[in-house]
Design a protein around this ligand. Structure first.
Ligand SMILES: [Mg+2]
Length: 231
């Protein structure tokens, strides 16, 4: 086992419980805006459409096919259409409300704060995220995660998204460090694991759902607590 100095954490789906936070905020929006009256028959339909459309758009965003502006402008019209609703009736503030509501949610994965407290004593810890500056900062504040990290590096600041190794190079330049003492911890094989491999940084694949993947990460864990025996 190498002696690491810097740990890079992904945020969404690794520390910040994206699914739980988003589900809560979508459910509130469904009620508040009476989406049933706009043609979306059930919350389940809305929820399922959100997932399908949003993940497609994020995939495109991650490979550089679309930008932030396009993602935000297109997201809910496409979700409404997918769910059989009248997308022309979407209130103007809907996207803004979704962003604000979601990033204000506090839920994190079990043992997130405990493990960060433990690791902070032994390592310098940072975030590398493909999210947007404003929303990631808000999420970290709402979830009380903002006191743990030295650097928070976003794709928006650097202009590079994981798995582009340049987001890791940028981070290591800031820290004046080298790949052999860094470790990436994240849930997404296509961005976190592949990106770190491209930058020759060891990786921990956080895999609570026990997905099978093609890449071979350096380490794999199912629960954040397992980091205690690794690090
Ligand atoms: Mg993630």
């Amino acid at each position: 086992m190498k002696t690491y100095q810097h740990l890079f954490f992904d945020l969404d789906h690794t520390l910040w419980d994206y699914d739980r936070n988003v589900t809560e905020s979508l459910s509130e929006l469904y009620q508040i805006y009476s989406l049933q009256d706009l043609g979306i028959p059930t919350f389940e339909k809305f929820f399922e459409s959100f997932h399908e459309v949003n993940f497609q758009l994020w995939d495109w965003y991650n490979v550089g096919k679309i930008d932030k502006h396009y993602l935000r402008k297109e997201r809910f019209p496409r979700i409404f259409e997918h769910a059989g609703g009248n997308y022309k009736a979407i209130p103007a503030e809907f996207e803004e409300d979704f962003m604000h509501r979601t990033s204000s949610k506090p839920h994190v994965f079990p043992y997130s704060k405990e493990i960060l407290t433990y690791l902070k004593e032994k390592y310098r810890i940072h975030v590398i995220t493909n999210g947007f500056n404003e929303s990631q900062a808000k999420k970290m504040k709402s979830a009380d995660l903002d006191g743990y990290f030295e650097l928070v590096i976003t794709s928006e600041t650097t202009g590079y998204k994981k798995p582009d190794p340049r987001i890791f190079h940028y981070t290591m330049d800031q820290l004046k460090t080298t790949p052999d003492v860094c470790l990436m911890i994240g849930d997404n094989p296509a961005s976190d694991i592949l990106g770190a491999q491209r930058a020759e940084i060891d990786q921990v694949f956080f895999n609570p759902e026990e997905k099978t993947i093609e890449l071979t990460p350096t380490y794999e864990i199912r629960h954040l607590k397992e980091l205690e025996s690794l690090l």
